[in-house]
Design a protein around this ligand. Structure first.
Ligand code: 8ID
Ligand code: ZN
Length: 362
């Protein structure tokens, strides 16, 4: 049975105290599922939202906001207009909470570009609570682990915890790698390669047949990156001539760069070391970031700069399949929901290796 109240992490203004409170369990609207959230990954996006870094979004405080958009849980309630879901199904809550289904972008499967999209943890209360509502069309179908050869029923909790970062991190980097137009055996450079998205990007890139060079900092992050199959690690705090070092290691620069680091300068820097005819993919969204590219160089080298924003439902299904097949492992540390503010502090300090996932029961 569904309780009337639950625990959640709420904040009333950007940068305000994060409060672990007893709040009402929400009611699903006619198009929504009610999901009992078991685990939710903490994405750097949640921290940007909390700080109010992105002034372009119309955040919804009613009166508070609940973050979280990597929620993995069990369907416990279904709105009257919902098709294709039943109580007991496993569902994932994504950043793209819902889209209008009728505009040009939705029509062509580019629903993340829908101007009426609702966003989990920003315009709609997200997965940092024990029960959350989510639009049934955009919710991700999760496969029960007992149906997967390499998982199995006894690993239910582990599966749910580890699948959660795929719902934003995995999906986003998988789509970004597609947008890079890389061919097998080409060099893929990943900035922030040992962070949440970076640890997944390293593995998806490898699984897709690319050679991976990563930039991040610290010996723990270097070791971690190598354990994921990364070939060359550049420590941005130790390197004297980063452009030269990258170009030497890749014999002319990477064929594509996936910019994940939450650093504006590192994005502009990527235009300097990318190989001639290469593609620079923008994913990370540091506050107020601008990419500066030297036009002469840009033209002569025929560089392409492209943005990539989460992914559509097919990208979600495909990203989940890589995970279900064991081609991509989700490297996580699990802590209680009540610990979110400590997680944000570590994130700000760049201390997190891989992804932190919150257990909503703690
Ligand atoms: O759809 C999208 N475009 C999308 C989806 C999901 C997340 C975009 N994002 C954005 C987030 O909002 C955030 O801005 O991607 C960015 C990365 O998210 P994350 O992976 O969740 O962040 P993290 O775990 O904190 O990792 C960031 C890493 O960057 C490193 C840090 O050491 C950390 O490991 N880093 C920094 I800070 N400066 C760097 C630099 N100059 C750097 N790595 C290389 N060079
Ligand atoms: Zn995210």
């Amino acid at each position: 049975s569904i309780p009337e109240t639950q625990k959640g992490i709420v904040f009333y203004h950007h940068n305000d105290e994060l409060k672990y409170e007893t709040i009402k369990v929400p009611q699903p609207k006619s198009n929504e599922l009610l999901v009992k959230v078991l685990y939710s990954g903490v994405c750097h996006t949640d921290y940007h939202v909390y700080k109010g870094d992105w002034t372009e979004i119309k955040y919804k405080f009613d009166p508070y906001l609940i973050g979280g958009h990597e929620g993995a849980g069990i369907v416990v309630g279904i709105g009257s207009q919902v098709n294709g879901w039943k109580v007991g199904d496993l569902a994932g809550i994504k950043w793209l909470q819902s889209s209008c289904q009728t505009c040009e972008h939705c029509e062509t499967g580019e629903e993340s570009s829908c101007s009426d999209a609702e966003l989990s943890g920003a315009t709609h209360n997200g997965s940092f609570q024990q029960y959350a509502t989510t639009d049934a069309v955009q919710a991700a179908k999760l496969t029960p682990p007992e149906e997967l050869p390499i998982w199995g029923k006894e690993k239910f909790n582990e599966y749910m915890a580890k699948v959660s970062p795929i719902l934003c991190g995995g999906l986003t980097v998988y789509k970004a790698l597609k947008a890079s137009n890389l061919k097998p055996n080409q060099w893929c450079l990943i900035t922030g390669c040992s962070g949440g998205l970076g640890s997944l990007a390293t593995q998806y890139a490898k699984a897709m047949g690319y050679r991976v060079i990563g930039i991040d900092s610290g010996d723990d992050k270097k070791q971690f990156f190598k354990s994921l199959g990364g070939e060359v690690f550049i420590d941005f705090k130790k390197t004297k001539d980063i452009v030269k070092e990258i170009q030497e290691a890749t014999k002319g620069g990477p064929h594509a760069v996936i910019n994940l680091a939450t650093s504006s300068e590192s994005i502009s820097l990527s235009t300097k070391y990318t190989r001639t005819n290469g593609t620079i993919v923008l994913v990370g969204l540091p506050a107020g970031a601008v990419v500066k590219s030297d036009v002469f160089d840009h033209v002569i080298k025929s560089l392409k700069i492209v943005g990539s924003y989460v992914g559509n439902r097919a990208d979600t299904r495909e990203a989940l399949e890589f995970f279900n097949r064991g081609l991509v492992k989700s490297e996580i540390k699990t802590v209680g929901l009540s610990q979110l503010s400590e997680v944000f502090k570590d994130m700000e300090a760049g201390k997190i290796v891989g992804r932190v996932v919150l257990d909503t029961s703690l």
